[in-house]
Ligand binder design. Structure first.
Ligand SMILES: C[S@@+](CC[C@H](N)C(=O)[O-])C[C@H]1O[C@@H](n2cnc3c(N)ncnc32)[C@H](O)[C@@H]1O
Ligand code: SF4
Ligand code: SF4
Length: 328
C-alpha cells in the first residue's frame, strides 16, 4: 500500500499520522525541578524504556503512522534498544524526532553515528548555559564540555554522510544567573550548525518581567531565521499545541499505557496500546472522555489529567474550548 492509501485510511477512520512514544524515562542527570525526578509524577510514568519488540509491532500494525516524537520525561539514549529502534523506523520510513529534549551528556559513538546513518529527523538539545560553571548548576551531574564535544562528533558524522539530518535545535532555559550568556549561545549555536535556538521560561517562574522581555527581543533579533523548507516543515509539524495531542499526536508511555498528551504524567487513560492495539486504545472510554472534556462537552473529573491542568483551567475560565480538531 502506498502513502496515498494510508492517508485515505487515516481520514476515514479519523486516525493520527503522528504519535508520541516515550523511549526512556530513566535519566543520568538530577535537574532539581524535573517533574520526572519527583515522586508525585515520576512514579506514575514509572522508570523504564521502550522495548524493540513492542516498537516493531506498533509500526507493523499501524502503517499509517508517519512520524513519532520519542522524547518526553527521560534521556532517550539510555534505552539499550535505541539503535535497533531507530534503524527499524528508518526501514519503515517513519520519521523520528526528539524535539521535547535531550541532555546529550552520555552518548556512545555508535549511537551518534546511528542518528545520522538512520536519518533521525530532529533533536532539541537542552543546554542552559555556555560554560560548565553555569550549565551544571541546574543540570546536576551534567557537563557542558561533554555535550558540546558530542555535538561536534554528530556534526562530523553529518559531514561524513553528507546529511542535513538530524536537524539541531538549542533550547536555553532562561535562569537569571545565565543572562550574560544568552547572546553567546546564539553565536555558538550558529557556529555549530544549529537550525534554531529558542529561550524558555523556567517552570519556577510564572511570567516574564519587563527586563526579560527587553532582553529576549534583543536576543531574538540576533537569532538565525530558518530558511530551509524541509527544516521549517518539520518544525511546524512538530509544534502541535498540547491540547490537540489527544487527536493529532497522542502520547504513549514507554510501557504502552496511553497517556493522551505529553503533559499527562499523573494519570494514564486506563488502556495499554501494546496489549489492545493502537486503534482500540484510541477508542477507549477515558480517551473519549478526555477529548469530550477538551471540547467543553462534559465537565472534567479527577480521573483525567486535564482536571488539574492550568491549560484546561484557562479554557474553562474563558469558555474557550478546542474546536473541530482536524486529522491530517
Ligand atoms: C523532563 S525533560 C526530558 C528530556 C531531556 N532529558 C531534557 O532535559 O531535555 C523535558 C523538557 O523539560 C525541560 N525542562 C527541564 N527542567 C525545566 C525547567 N525547570 N523549566 C522549564 N523546562 C524544563 C527540558 O529541558 C526538556 O525540554
Ligand atoms: S536531563 Fe531532562 S529528564 Fe533528566 S533530570 Fe534533567 S530535565 Fe529531567
Ligand atoms: S489540558 Fe493539560 S493535560 Fe489536558 S490536553 Fe491540555 S495540556 Fe494536556
Amino acid at each position: 500500500m502506498n502513502k496515498k492509501f494510508w492517508k485515505f485510511y487515516r481520514q476515514v477512520f479519523k486516525l493520527p499520522s503522528m504519535l508520541r512514544v516515550e523511549l526512556c524515562s530513566l535519566c543520568n542527570l538530577e535537574c532539581s525541578d524535573c517533574y520526572m525526578r519527583k515522586k508525585s509524577s515520576g512514579q506514575i510514568v514509572g522508570n523504564g524504556y521502550l522495548k524493540f519488540e513492542d516498537f516493531k509491532k506498533l509500526l507493523d500494525k499501524n502503517p499509517y503512522i508517519e512520524m513519532i516524537e520519542v522524547s518526553m520525561g527521560g534521556e532517550i539514549f539510555l534505552n539499550p534498544d535505541f539503535i535497533k529502534i531507530i534503524e527499524y523506523a528508518h526501514k519503515k520510513d517513519v520519521k523520528l524526532t526528539a524535539f521535547n529534549g535531550v541532555n546529550f551528556n552520555k552518548v556512545s559513538d555508535e549511537i551518534i553515528e546511528a542518528l545520522v546513518k538512520y536519518q533521525f529527523a530532529g533533536i532539541t538539545f537542552s543546554i542552559d548555559g555556555t560554560s560548565n560553571e553555569t550549565y551544571s548548576i541546574y543540570r546536576k551531574n551534567g557537563n557542558y564540555d561533554n555535550v558540546i564535544s558530542n555535538i561536534k562528533k554528530l556534526n562530523e558524522y553529518k559531514k561524513k554522510y553528507n546529511s542535513k539530518y538530524p536537524i539541531l535545535r538549542w533550547q536555553f532555559i532562561m535562569f537569571d544567573y545565565t543572562k550574560h550568556q544568552y547572546f553567546e549561545a546564539c553565536d555558538i549555536a550558529s557556529s555549530l550548525g544549529f537550525a534554531d535556538i529558542y529561550y524558555k521560561m523556567p517552570w519556577s517562574k510564572k511570567e516574564y518581567t519587563v527586563e526579560d522581555h527587553k532582553l529576549l527581543t534583543q536576543v531574538y533579533s540576533k537569532r538565525i531565521p530558518v530558511y530551509d523548507s524541509d527544516v521549517f516543515n518539520l518544525l511546524r509539524k512538530n509544534s502541535i499545541p498540547l491540547c490537540l495531542h489527544p487527536w493529532l499526536s497522542p502520547q504513549v508511555n514507554w510501557d504502552g499505557r496511553l497517556l493522551g498528551c505529553c503533559c499527562a504524567v499523573h494519570r494514564d487513560l486506563g488502556v495499554n496500546v501494546f496489549k489492545v492495539g493502537l486503534q482500540r486504545a484510541l477508542r477507549a472510554p477515558r480517551m473519549k472522555k478526555m477529548r469530550q472534556i477538551l471540547l467543553g462537552k462534559i465537565p472534567s473529573d479527577n480521573y483525567i489529567e486535564c482536571h488539574n491542568c492550568d491549560f484546561y483551567k484557562t479554557m474553562k475560565a474563558n469558555n474557550d474550548y478546542i474546536k473541530n480538531p482536524s486529522f491530517v
